[in-house]
Design a protein around this ligand. Structure first.
Ligand code: NAD
Length: 656
């Protein structure tokens, strides 16, 4: 049986609606005295139960809530032995018959035990807690997931109600004013702290991500840590320049005025995220939106909530609790969040859900950015380096167990290279290892739905005549799906048309450049693609004809890896661009500004309109189209009398 030792509250300093990070810290310390981790159960602070305090606090009378907060403050400050002693004293209250002590014991123990045992449900063994009380709870049996896993699995059922979501957005709107009052440099300093916290806590983050997604450690390190740090580094280096006020050209007709663009925060950004990169999909949009001066409400996927982790990391970096709040729950909670009319929705997920959220957002006139699914094609020409293109194909298709929006989902190889490419691909794929440790290549699938899609796509392909070269030992149910290489595939098969999101690599030959382009474009998706060839001019020519948002040449997914580049989809793969200059400015109200002098001048296009003025304006309109020095002279000759006339008419007003 597993035994959990008390931890240093590392996962439980998350933002709470009612209590500060310090008070949550106090709650964890208090809880650890009652529940120090025995009989296969985690200690209180390791269970993540403190994060659920808002459920209880919400139901408390405001005065009780405040009083309990005082107690938590006290618990945060008292040295552990003293706190423990005090609670033992509470426990002896009956002996001393001192009512306040007894009440304090009932109150604190009641809250702590409700949080701690509230998740576990009925039945199970009698367990003696830290103070010697018996409690009927469900114990963790050998081989079962640990208690904190059970707690997180219960998370979708602990979704906030509509009133709580309203309160979250109210706090976000207030927080936005505080964030906007910070200078960009101050915000970037917070993001720099965030980068340091992530580097310091990377092992813990990787462990949580791996536990919830099933991905292998290397995928977690590269996709969730390295990529996030890289993005924060891009912001640190470039955000000031990208968000700086810009001077814009001013036309001759507006001589004397100045033109500017200001990049201002939008307000509150709602981020709705998928399950495939739960840490990256939280931190990257939160940090870009925050750099631009916005408050964020983040709704993670119900499958990989990383409950408490994001709040804890942000709090440690110096984010105030309301700057970026996390709301847990299923799609319906996402819809409730959207109903609060955020200033922008940043949604990442499937095409089907993208359509739903866009319809809801249209009704509310909330601007949307949609980062949706893909069916990325890899085009390999015969002059490509064989070993490199095969290695690239395997990584591009199987990374994150194929559960990346930009995974290679279709591979087209020029016929002269096809047989050798397929043979090497099959032999190399057979060498890949399955598992989640740092010594494994491919992790497990994350959701049962996705396993079922892979099973159905495989069955469909085989029924329609595909040849399966690897992964024949998969039982069609296990989350550990071996990488599957298919040949003899056609565009009538689901595996060549619909997003599989699994470790599949169907390979198909092509005979000409034109055919390769046609095949690659033959899908509703347009997220990204890659072209492999020794002929750079040809590769670029082909790349220009692919209807996608991102394309890599002689590599895959590197556009996504470079945070200076915009990322997004064409066709049904999405709307808008994320990251890079476009992404940063996408979280801004792009404000056009013109500055004029405080002169006595009356503008030529103001009232009154007269026939003489019309004729002068007409001359100026024609002159404005003439290019070169002659045009400037003609424009000046037309403009000067017009200006005099406009001033005279403007000052005397229309004559009646
Ligand atoms: P999904 O569409 O099922 O869910 C995404 C999120 O939307 C989840 O948080 C879910 O709870 C929420 N949601 C569901 N219904 C909702 C509703 N009616 N209103 C508001 N929110 C709602 O997607 P998924 O299965 O979590 O993720 C996999 C998909 O995401 C794949 O299609 C993948 O290609 C795509 N994806 C795209 C990118 C990209 O950048 N283009 C990146 C990662 C994943």
């Amino acid at each position: 049986m597993m035994r959990y030792e008390p931890q240093a509250y590392q996962c439980c300093t998350a933002a709470s609606v009612y209590y500060s990070a310090r008070q949550l810290h106090g709650l964890n310390r208090l809880g650890d005295c009652y529940c120090p981790g025995v009989a296969g159960l985690p200690c209180f602070s390791a269970s993540g139960a403190a994060l659920d305090i808002d459920r209880l606090a919400h139901a408390m009378h405001p005065q009780d809530r405040a009083d309990f907060g005082l107690l938590l403050d006290m618990a945060a400050r008292l040295p552990s032995p003293l706190l423990s002693l005090l609670l033992r004293l509470f426990n002896q209250a009956e002996t001393f018959r001192f009512a306040p002590l007894r009440l304090a014991r009932l109150g604190t123990a009641g809250v702590v035990y409700s949080l701690y045992y509230g998740f576990a449900g009925p039945g199970g063994a009698q367990v003696r807690n830290g103070l010697g009380w018996d409690a009927a709870i469900r114990t963790v049996l050998p081989g079962e997931p640990p208690m904190n896993q059970l707690v997180r699995d219960a998370a979708p059922n602990l979704a906030p109600d509509a009133d709580e979501v309203v309160a979250v957005f109210k706090r976000a709107r207030n927080a936005h004013l505080d964030i906007a009052a910070l200078s960009l440099k101050q915000r970037l300093a917070v993001l720099d702290n965030l980068c340091q916290v992530i580097v310091r806590r990377r092992a813990e983050i990787i462990a949580r991500v791996t536990e919830e997604t099933g991905k292998c450690a290397s995928d977690a390190l590269l996709g969730e840590i390295f990529a996030v740090i890289d993005n924060l580094e891009y912001l640190r280096r470039h955000a000031c320049k990208v968000l700086a006020d810009r001077k814009m050209p001013t036309p001759l007709a507006m001589l004397g005025k100045q033109s500017r663009v200001w990049y201002e925060p939008l307000g509150t950004i709602l981020v709705i995220a998928p399950w495939n990169y739960p840490f990256y999909q939280a931190i990257v949009p939160i940090s870009i939106a925050f750099a631009a001066g916005n408050a964020v409400v983040h709704k993670p996927s119900e499958f990989t909530p990383l409950r408490g982790l994001i709040e804890s990391i942000l709090a440690e970096a110096g984010f105030a609790p309301d700057w970026a709040q996390v709301v847990y729950g299923t799609g319906s909670v996402g819809a409730t969040c959207l109903a609060q009319r955020p200033d922008k929705l940043f949604f990442t997920g499937s095409v089907a859900t993208g359509k739903k959220v866009m319809a809801q957002a249209a009704d509310l006139l909330v601007p949307v950015e949609l980062e949706l699914g893909g069916k990325d094609a890899m085009l390999v020409f015969a002059d490509s380096n064989l070993e490199r293109s095969v290695a690239g194909a395997m990584w591009g298709a199987f990374t994150n167990t194929g559960q990346s929006c930009t995974s290679i989902e279709r591979c087209y190889v020029e016929r002269p290279l096809y047989d050798r490419f397929l043979a090497l691909l099959v032999s190399q794929t057979r060498k890949l290892t399955l598992g989640t440790s740092s010594d494994h290549d491919i992790g497990t699938m994350t959701t049962p739905t996705q396993i079922e899609i892979v099973r159905a796509h495989l069955a469909d392909a085989l029924a329609k005549g595909a040849t399966q070269h690897t992964g024949q030992d998969w039982d069609g149910q296990s989350a550990a799906i071996p990488p599957i290489v298919l040949s003899n595939v056609t565009h009538e098969m689901c595996v060549m048309q619909e997003e599989s999101f699994g470790p599949f690599l169907p390979v198909m030959p092509f005979d000409s450049e034109a055919e390769a382009i046609t095949l690659a474009n033959q899908t509703i998706y347009g997220l990204s693609a890659c072209v492999w060839s020794g002929d750079k001019a040809r590769a670029e020519r082909v790349a220009r004809q692919l209807k996608v948002g991102n394309v890599s040449i002689n590599n895959h997914m590197i556009t996504e890896g470079n945070h200076a580049l915009p990322f997004g989809g064409a066709k049904q793969s999405g709307i808008g661009r994320f990251k890079g200059e476009e992404g940063l400015r996408g979280f801004c109200n792009v404000k056009a500004v013109m500055v004029d002098g405080n002169s006595a001048k009356i503008e030529a296009n103001w009232y009154p309109f007269t026939t003489a003025k019309y004729e002068a304006l007409d001359k100026m309109t024609v002159a404005s189209r003439i290019r070169g020095l002659g045009g400037i002279i003609r424009f000046a000759l037309a403009g000067l009398p017009l200006e005099q006339l406009a001033n005279k008419l403007g000052k005397q007003g229309r004559q009646r």
